[in-house]
Design a protein around this ligand. Structure first.
Ligand code: TMP
Ligand code: ZN
Length: 408
């Protein structure tokens, strides 16, 4: 099954390690009746022999991914709102203390971060190609340019506003297929003493924690400290910090600066050591992981079939993009899971991509508790389980599948 492909970052050979089958674009929730227009592609990941960057084998066109059907709102959980408030507070206290500072966010989504700078009167600009979420940001008073980020956008922003003290991205940098163009853009836009800060899904979480549902079309790259260090060198930067954060199950916040401008954090070396131990750059170790992923599918489907055979009901909780990967990989449709409840108004009344499971508001769950709830939004387990205590008190059980299938 090995398909040699050229690495998008260094042109080295990419060796395929995991195939998750035919999949649609993960956030393209469908209006009922529009399913026949849906496109699918092969979702498979591979590792670059040279720079070790884990990445998709095939990718979907960005304008298909970030079209009007794009329904992800970054401020959709209390955890995310709290997280970005803290990011803003720290940047204001550290990197944005000079005269008239300027921050650019690549992929500002609904303005969950930039809103804090807008309210603090700090110069900021969001670059966001998805019109629907960009409008939500603008409604909060955030400055947004509705386009994709790349070298030409960076030249344009620099001419209009000058160079940026901070270029920031959250779950966005991993989605920019032309990573070389992105890095040249950052180089163009960033001031000599500026920092490029981005927080992204972590290959170690995906592999060691078996969080393979983070693999979907929007995430073209699954960075590690080692591959980001390679990327930094290649484009004239230095990786000066790597902090572990917990938003989507375990990410890293990377800080890149011009060489010699910052002190190197000891975390970089520590995580490099741990990654080598985990075999993150080793195709043999990654194939063993792929076999575990197949086991998770077998066990989850068997559990859902047993529940159905016993005459019990199970519904899905949370319809993040992760649920698209999971339902399509496992072949879970409305016959096994009649609906998924989700708090995002834009997803409600629509069907999950590919698997065509109806998405309903939380009331559909709370109004008539099932015996089981399959927790797709497992990264928000604490927040959701606290909110849904009554479900558990009435005997309801949660099904989770990361790092393995469990009923709790
Ligand atoms: P995310 O982890 O990618 O932010 O997506 C979480 C999804 O779960 C999003 O679609 C909103 C949904 N969700 C709920 O439906 N209820 C909740 O209580 C929380 C926290 C999230
Ligand atoms: Zn490479």
């Amino acid at each position: 099954m090995t398909t040699p492909t050229a690495c998008r970052m260094c042109r080295g050979t990419v060796i395929e390690v995991l195939d998750l089958g035919p999949q649609p674009s993960a956030n393209a929730f469908l209006a009922p009746g529009s399913a026949d227009l849906e496109m699918v592609y092969r979702l498979a990941a591979g590792i670059c022999e040279s720079c070790t960057l884990l990445q998709l084998i095939d990718d979907t066109p960005p304008d298909l991914r970030y079209s009007d059907t794009y329904r992800y709102e970054a401020s959709g959980s209390a955890g995310a709102r709290r997280h970005f408030a803290q990011v803003a507070e720290r940047l204001l206290a550290t990197e944005l203390t000079g005269a008239d500072p300027f921050i650019v966010e690549i992929g500002c989504n609904d303005g969950v971060l930039l809103d804090h700078f807008a309210r603090a009167g700090v110069r900021h600009l969001g670059v966001e190609p998805s019109k629907g979420v960009a409008e939500l940001a603008m409604a909060k008073g955030v400055n947004v340019t509705t386009e994709f980020f790349g070298t030409s956008t960076a030249v344009d922003i620099r001419e209009r506003f000058g160079r940026a003290d901070v270029v920031f991205g959250a779950n966005t940098i991993c989605s920019i297929t032309d990573i070389a163009d992105l890095m040249r853009g950052v180089d163009t836009l960033l001031s000599d003493d500026g920092v490029f800060v981005f927080e992204e899904p972590y290959a170690d979480t995906i592999v060691r924690k078996r969080a393979f549902d983070q693999i979907y079309d929007e995430h073209v790259f699954y960075f590690s400290v080692r591959s980001v260090q390679e990327m930094a060198h290649r484009f004239g930067f230095e990786l000066v910090d790597a902090e572990q954060i917990q938003q989507h199950g375990g990410e890293i916040r990377y800080t890149l600066a011009r060489p010699g401008t910052r002190t190197l954090s000891p975390m970089v070396g520590m995580l490099l050591f741990r990654e080598a131990e985990a075999g993150l750059a080793d195709p043999v170790a990654l194939r063993a992981w792929a076999a575990d992923v197949q086991n998770t599918r077998t066990r989850l489907v068997a559990l859902l079939e047993n529940i159905r055979a016993e005459g019990h009901r199970v519904v899905g909780y949370g319809a993040p993009a992760k649920a698209t990967t999971m339902t399509n990989f496992c072949g879970i449709g409305p016959d096994l899971l009649p609906f998924i409840c989700d708090s995002t108004p834009g997803k409600q009344g629509r069907l999950t991509p590919g698997s065509h499971i109806p998405v309903r508001p939380r009331d559909a769950f709370a109004g008539d508790y099932p015996q089981y709830a399959l927790l797709f939004a497992w990264n928000h387990a604490a927040e959701i389980m606290a909110k849904e205590q009554e479900f558990s008190e009435q005997g309801g059980k949660w099904i989770v599948y990361v790092p393995g299938v469990r009923v709790i």
